[in-house]
Design a protein around this ligand. Sequence first.
Ligand SMILES: Nc1ncnc2c1ncn2[C@@H]1O[C@H](COP(=O)(O)OP(=O)(O)OP(=O)(O)O)[C@@H](O)[C@H]1O
Length: 203
Amino acid sequence: MTVDALSCARGGRRVVEGLSFSIRAGDAVALRGPNGIGKTTVLRCIAGLQPVEAGQIALPDDAIAYAGHLDGLKATLTVSENLSFWASVFGGGKMSDALKVFDLKDLEDRPVNQLSAGQKRRLGLARLIVSGRPLWVLDEPTVSLDSAAVTRFADILKTHCAHGGAVLAATHLDMGFVMREIDLSAYRAQSQTQMRRSDEAFL
Ligand SMILES: Nc1ncnc2c1ncn2[C@@H]1O[C@H](COP(=O)(O)OP(=O)(O)OP(=O)(O)O)[C@@H](O)[C@H]1O
């Protein structure tokens, strides 16, 4: 994926401009910067959830699996029913792998509305595996995870990259392995003037 001179806005206000970088197979990239700098906004543009203000994002079709702040789970369905739904949408990786690597096997028949916050987050992230998509775009993926789950998730990311995948993650955490860092503070929009609302979500 190549991002070239990207500018994006939130709430009708340009927040980031002139951002360029590329991600290749095997790359793990951390998007850094203080609260409100625009990490979520950039990830939403890359995931196609809102239009870009200027610049270009070039990536192959069906390359991205996006995990945002919301887990997007169906509360009355079980863990395995949720995964099976996503597997049918994406037609990608194996459910059994997803249950195993995210330590959800014992919970597979439990409805989502009976899971803890961390368990829900693990299930939300397990969709990355069933998506079968190469580029994982993650917004604060470790929120609600305990330290053991964070370590396990870091291993999952490492394995994904070692097998030719790639990761772009907005995170304040040190994930415990080497990630290339992009500090969005260097791309803060100079002009803070209000503009037309062109950043309405597509979805
Ligand atoms: N729904 C919204 N409507 C209007 N403005 C918003 C909205 N959400 C965020 N913003 C503003 O857009 C800017 C960028 O927000 P964004 O969520 O991308 O930052 P962030 O770097 O991800 O922050 P954090 O580290 O707190 O998650 C912020 O200044 C924020 O105040």
